[in-house]
Design a protein around this ligand. Structure first.
Ligand SMILES: *Cc1c(COP(=O)(O)O)cnc(C)c1O
Length: 398
């Protein structure tokens, strides 16, 4: 075997072995074998920008320059591919960097994308203020309404159908299998932003999606200590396009960030189960409380997407939204009175967060079709003692 292929080959073998294992085993082991020289059990932080060549072009394990490939990032990328049941994973500096790479790798000026009518704010901004200027335009449709998504597709022009499920902050559910069929029938690819579910609860590629994107800042990283993004695909032609743009545009995850995200990924399943346990108890409390007018959680039988969510998700996640009696003033007061729940944006970390979408994450969509109710409060339920979380909400509701 040519020397320069050895490292790549070893990684593929690791990958194949790991793919046959359970999710938890893959989250911990996929993408990395203990270092052959030192035996390091965990991927070291390779803080090296460049690599010694054994004669001109004689790369060791394919490493040449750290924008193109870095061993710490390679380990994370292998693990991400494995937990999403994909073939190739790519790690980026942020979720939006990952999204930008997908848009520019897979569309051309003059082409069109269908996006969720309640897309993550940064995703909407990327399409509306960046991709559009570049020449790729978009239409919005509700991911819960497969027919509306189909109607928004412009046959021949639409190259991507882009969905989130669950969405933010209304936790709308899209039927990934049905959406994949609609996209493929029109010759488009289905992209799923899997940030809210995480690969532990939902694996879109196994349901027909072509591309998965993540903000690994959220559940995958899981500790609110790093910003990162990911793309995972199965198709090797798509992988080649993403790989080319990842290197050409260069918004890669650095080795320190890749290390942190990989460290988070190894405990995703343990954390996520506790996020779900705690969210279920918080939902039960809120649902029975007269100070709350509506609880939005895909695990509730009353949620319009419950049946689809039950089919495509292992559990229903750690995000909970609710509306309060007493309107916007009460919603703001609840956010400000909470003590265990920290008043902050973002989500998916070990610590519980509370926010008012109307004035915080979704302030920029006020007055548009994307406006959210002003009596809405969003929780990212963390993994603290659940009794403390419920008591905090009880107190905060006043
Ligand atoms: C946070 C988030 C993003 C953007 O990710 P960054 O890491 O902040 O760039 C994209 N999609 C969803 C659903 C998110 O929650």
């Amino acid at each position: 075997m040519p020397r320069r292929l050895r490292g790549v080959y070893a990684r593929r073998v690791t990958q194949e072995r790991a793919n046959k294992s359970g999710f938890e085993t893959r989250a911990i082991h996929a993408g990395y074998e203990p270092d052959p020289t030192t035996g390091a059990v965990i991927p070291p932080i390779y803080a090296s920008s460049t690599y010694k060549q054994d004669g001109v072009g004689g790369l060791r394990g394919g490493y040449e320059y750290s924008r193109s490939a870095n061993p710490t990032r390679t380990a994370l990328e292998g693990a991400l591919a494995s937990v999403e049941d994909g073939e190739r994973g790519f790690a980026f500096a942020s979720g939006l960097a990952a999204e930008d790479t997908v848009i520019r790798a897979l569309t051309r000026p003059g082409e069109h994308v269908v996006i969720p009518d309640d897309a993550y704010g940064g995703t909407h901004r990327l399409f509306d203020k960046v991709a559009k200027v570049w020449g790729t335009d978009h239409s919005a449709a509700s991911v819960a309404d497969t027919q509306a998504v189909a109607a928004a597709i412009q046959p021949g022009r639409t190259k991507l159908v882009w969905v989130e499920t669950p969405t933010n902050p209304m936790l709308t559910i899209g039927d990934i299998e049905a959406l994949a069929t609609v996209a493929h029938d029109a010759g488009a690819l289905l992209v799923v932003d899997n940030t809210f579910a995480s690969p532990y609860l939902q694996q879109p590629l196994t349901l027909g999606a072509d591309v998965v994107v993540h903000s690994t800042t959220k559940y995958v990283g899981g500790h609110s200590d790093v910003v990162g993004g990911a793309v995972v695909v199965r198709d090797l032609d798509l992988a080649e396009k993403i790989a080319f743009h990842q290197n050409a545009m260069g918004a890669v995850a650095g080795p320190f960030d890749a290390f942190l995200v990989n460290r988070g990924l190894k405990t995703l399943h343990v954390r996520m189960d506790r996020h779900c346990d705690n969210a279920e108890q918080v939902v039960a409390f809120l649902d029975a409380d007269p100070r709350v007018t509506e609880v939005i959680y895909p695990g509730l039988a009353s949620h319009p997407g419950h049946e689809v969510a039950a089919r495509q998700m292992k559990r229903f996640g750690g995000m909970v939204s609710f509306r309060v009696a007493g309107g916007v003033e009460q919603a703001l007061a609840v956010c400000e009175r909470a003590e265990v729940f920290t008043l902050a944006e973002s989500l998916g970390g070990i610590e519980s967060l509370i926010e008012h979408p109307g004035r915080m994450t979704h302030a920029s969509v006020a007055g548009t079709d994307l406006e959210v109710p002003d009596d809405l409060v969003r929780l990212s339920v963390g993994i603290e003692s659940v009794g403390d979380l419920v008591a905090d909400l009880d107190r905060a509701l006043g």
